[in-house]
Design a protein around this ligand. Sequence first.
Ligand SMILES: [Zn+2]
Ligand SMILES: [Zn+2]
Length: 197
Amino acid sequence: MAGDDSQSGVRAATEDDPRTEDELLDRAREYAAAVDLDVDLDSVSWGVSRRAKRRAGAAVYHRAEESVTIRLTWAAYRSFGWDEFTDVIRHELVHAWEFLEHGESGHGERFRAKADAVGASRHCPSFSVPRLQLLCTETGCDWTVDRFKASKTVTKPEEHRCGACGSRYVVEHVDTGERWRTSRGYEGARERIGEEW
Ligand SMILES: [Zn+2]
Ligand SMILES: [Zn+2]
C-alpha cells in the first residue's frame, strides 16, 4: 500500500510504481485499456512532457488523422504518485473519447457527464513544482516537505528538525539544486542563486 505520511503530506512511492518514462507510458496504456470508456485506443498515442509546469496532462488533437496524443507530465506524476495520477489519465482519456466521437472536446456538459461516469475530475488536473524542499539527512528516513516561500524552516534550518525522526534536515532549492542546512548556508546559497530564486 502507498503510505500517506500524514505529518508531511508526502506520498511514499510503492515498489511497483513506474520509475521511468517508459514504465509510466506502459502502465498508462495498460490502465487506459481497463477504463470503462468506449474509446478507440488505436487512435490514441502517448507521450511524456518534461517541460510542462502546471498542467498534469494534455490531450493534443490531430484533426487530419483523427487521432489524439495524450501527454503526461513527468513532474506531476512524481508529485502525485501513481494512484492519484490515474485521475489525470482518466481525464485526458475522456478528452480523447469526446474528440474521436464528436470531433471536438472541451469541459462542457457532455464532457462532464462522461468524466463523472469514469470518476475523472471535471477540470484539467494541475500541479505545482515546489520552489524548495526540506529533506531529512538521517539514513533511512525519507521525510521530505515542499516549501514555496522562504519561511523560517528555510532560512534558519538549524532551529528546526525533521518532522518524522527529529534529525537535522537539509533545504534544497529545487531549480538549481543548491542545498544548505544553516542560516549562513542559506545566505550564501541565496546569493549564488540570485535571480533564479
Ligand atoms: Zn481537461
Ligand atoms: Zn527524519
